[in-house]
Design a protein around this ligand. Structure first.
Ligand SMILES: *[C@@H]1O[C@H](CO)[C@@H](O)[C@H](O)[C@H]1NC(C)=O
Ligand SMILES: *[C@@H]1O[C@H](CO)[C@@H](O)[C@H](O)[C@H]1NC(C)=O
Ligand SMILES: *[C@@H]1O[C@H](CO)[C@@H](O)[C@H](O)[C@H]1NC(C)=O
Ligand SMILES: *[C@@H]1O[C@H](CO)[C@@H](O)[C@H](O)[C@H]1NC(C)=O
Length: 615
């Protein structure tokens, strides 16, 4: 049902912001950029706003508002300057709610925001840029105001992205910030849709199915926004009353309005009015555009809004608009950006950019798809019925193997230890020891290098579905930087201890050796090699899960090498000089990895370095 809802919404959205008409005249984005009207002197507009109001603490108000705007501008400058993300998040409140409409869910809290910045760099303007990106945010206009009774500052920024001095197509965006004490505690950001623009093809459909959808959980409006009777508010109000003549009377004769759902702007009051009238006929009378927040100055206004049907908020219909007001108080230009309809492209662009930068990721991705298909769905590629059929026999086998985990119970002769084919047990426990050995690379997950799929939980998952977890981790993991890493940087104290524990490789190599020996000589009742080998082959010929273990061993053998170079870099080792260690780790399956973990240099610890310096 939820899926249906999203699907319907995505069709709807294409049309829902049709509250501005299509036009035949082409207008370039730059004509709307409103240069020269940017708040060159943010004090001027506020001096005007408060000059006749002696009872207000005017000087304080003005100062706070301009300092909020300064904070936002400074944040944007720091994003452009590629400042450390640990510093960037200091512009935000601890409980910040950060809505980037390229993603489905808001980012909540400063820690989550830091993670978002690391993981999703480049996926949208406000997600920060990666180190190799040339993009910058260019601010076109700012509207900033303050709510007197609660000291909340509102800063609305119209911007676009540039690369090498050129504007990136379809990159115009608006962000609405809320600040208190100069900390940003709420952000709503929307970027114009990519070309070709959706236009109004879905307008009629919107009318038909509007009764089916409604979800106000994602609206982030402020409960009581003060109305001030500005022309922008009058425009929304008149529109909702479907009095389009009244609505356009709040625009200047030469107004230029752009709805980013459409390719072209509407120029002049008449063209705009014609469109509003047409839209009125298409949209249900029950639709309202509700203002969630407004940053208002005498010169301009930024508005965040959402659409309601009969008072119920519709999903994915939020948006932001930026208007300029002429000196007579009439709207002279406007740009309206509705949020991107599902499917949202934030996560998709994060993942696809990883594949673009490192096409080798297609290899584990393809193997993973094949692996999951062969294990769970296919018939006849691997023996046995597919794993989804959950045969009684499969369950029992997995249960028995798990009871004999690392061969502890059979060795101790525990009463509950079931009898399982020793070769199957050998393969199973070798595989688990190998999977556990990848814990030696826990330093791949750090606060400043999170991975889309966190490595710790993926390692635990590998004890259950080995390659099913290893491969997705490999094709989605974040790229390692070249910096030296300290032991303290590893995310989690336990992880740091386990990952850097020297005996790890040796201990697991022992388990592996024992498992191999067990396969050949354990449980003497299974006979000599020939006998147990042929009964093992018979067993595998009907056993999908058992035969998949052999596939897993092969996958581990191939991909253990993927971790080595990055791990050496973290330890400050020149990968060209440490050829022996590096090659043994990469080339010799299982035992080479154990050797590598035992003889690689330790990660330095910050404490030790401080001690050395003070000596
Ligand atoms: C003027 O001051 C009063 C009292 O503080 C306040 O309610 C009102 O909103 C102010 N008006 C303007 C335009 O600042
Ligand atoms: C103006 O603000 C300051 C600092 O908050 C305060 O101490 C002062 O009493 C205020 N003045 C008026 C007239 O409200
Ligand atoms: C703006 O809209 C209001 C109604 O919402 C209307 O009364 C007014 O005449 C319009 N025009 C101007 C210039 O304010
Ligand atoms: C604002 O727009 C109106 C309508 O187009 C126009 O009559 C008026 O002169 C404009 N005001 C200024 C200061 O340009």
């Amino acid at each position: 049902m939820k899926f249906l809802k999203i699907a319907i919404c995505s069709m709807l959205i294409e049309s829902s912001s049709a509250f501005v008409p299509a036009s035949s005249k082409a207008t370039t984005v730059s004509s709307l950029r409103m240069e020269g009207t940017t708040t060159l002197n943010p004090f001027a507009s506020f001096a005007k706003l408060f000059e006749n109001n002696k009872s207000t603490n005017a000087s304080k108000q003005r100062f706070q508002t301009s300092s909020a705007e300064a904070s936002v501008r400074s944040f944007i400058d720091d994003v452009n300057a590629r400042k450390d993300r640990m510093d960037l998040v200091n512009y935000f409140d601890d409980d910040v709610k950060f809505v980037d409409t390229a993603f489905y869910n808001p980012v909540e809290g400063k820690d989550a925001l830091l993670r978002h910045f690391y993981l999703h760099a480049d996926s949208s303007g406000l997600s920060t840029f990666s180190e190799d990106s040339q993009k910058t945010i260019v601010v076109d206009n700012v509207a900033a105001s303050i709510e007197e009774d609660n000291d909340v500052s509102k800063v609305c920024v119209l911007y676009h992205l540039e690369e090498g001095g050129m504007q990136i197509p379809d990159s115009t965006a608006i962000t609405f910030y809320n600040l208190k004490n100069d900390k940003i505690y709420q952000v709503f950001d929307a970027t114009e849709p990519p070309s070709p623009k959706p236009a109004d093809s879905g307008l009629k459909l919107l009318k038909t199915v509007s009764k089916l959808i409604g979800d106000d959980s994602i609206v982030i409006g402020n409960e009581n926004i003060a109305t001030s009777g500005s022309s922008v508010e009058k425009y929304f109000d008149a529109w909702n009353r479907r009095d389009m003549i009244d609505a356009v009377s709040n625009f200047s004769d030469d107004c230029v309005v752009r709805d980013t759902q459409f390719d072209n702007s509407f120029e002049g009051k008449e063209e705009f009015e014609r469109h509003l009238l047409r839209v009125e006929e298409c949209l249900p009378g029950t639709f309202n555009f509700v203002i969630d927040d407004i940053a208002l100055t005498p010169k301009n206004a930024g508005v965040s809004w959402h659409v309601e049907n009969n008072g119920d908020a519709l999903s994915f219909t939020r948006g932001v608009s930026f208007y300029e007001v002429n000196e007579s108080g009439l709207i002279s230009s406007g740009i309206e950006i509705p949020e991107k309809a599902p499917p949202k492209n934030g996560l998709i662009s994060t993942i696809s950019s990883k594949f673009e930068k490192e096409p080798i990721r297609y290899i584990p991705a393809a193997i993973w798809v094949g692996y999951m298909y062969i294990l769970f769905i296919s018939e006849g590629i691997l023996p046995g019925v597919n794993a989804l059929q959950l045969e009684q026999r499969t369950w029992e086998e997995v249960r028995d193997l798990s009871l004999n985990f690392f061969l502890v119970s059979p060795i101790l002769n525990l009463p509950f230890a079931p009898v399982v084919h020793p070769m199957l047990e050998g393969v199973f426990n070798l595989l688990l020891a190998w999977a556990a050995m990848f814990a030696g690379f826990l330093s791949d997950e750090r606060k400043n290098k999170p991975n889309l799929l966190p490595w710790g939980p993926m390692l635990v998952g590998m004890q259950f579905l080995t390659s099913g977890f290893l491969l997705p981790y490999l094709f989605t993991r974040s790229v390692e930087k070249d910096d030296l890493v300290y032991k303290e940087d590893i995310d989690g104290e336990l992880q740091a201890k386990v990952g850097e524990w020297k005996p790890l490789g040796g201990a697991l190599a022992t388990v592996g050796t024992y498992s191999i020996a067990w396969a050949f000589i354990g449980r003497p009742e299974f006979g000599d090699f020939d006998e147990r080998y042929s009964s093992f082959i018979d067993l595998l010929s009907i056993d999908r899960v058992g035969s998949s273990f052999l596939v897993d061993l092969a996958i581990f053998a191939v991909f253990q090498s993927w971790f080595i170079d990055d791990d050496l870099k973290r330890r400050g080792v020149d990968i060209e000089s440490e050829t022996a260690l590096r090659n043994i780790g990469k080339v010799i399956p299982f035992f080479g990895l154990a050797y590598y973990l035992t003889f690689r240099p330790s990660l330095p610890s910050r404490d030790e370095i401080v001690e050395k310096k003070s000596e």
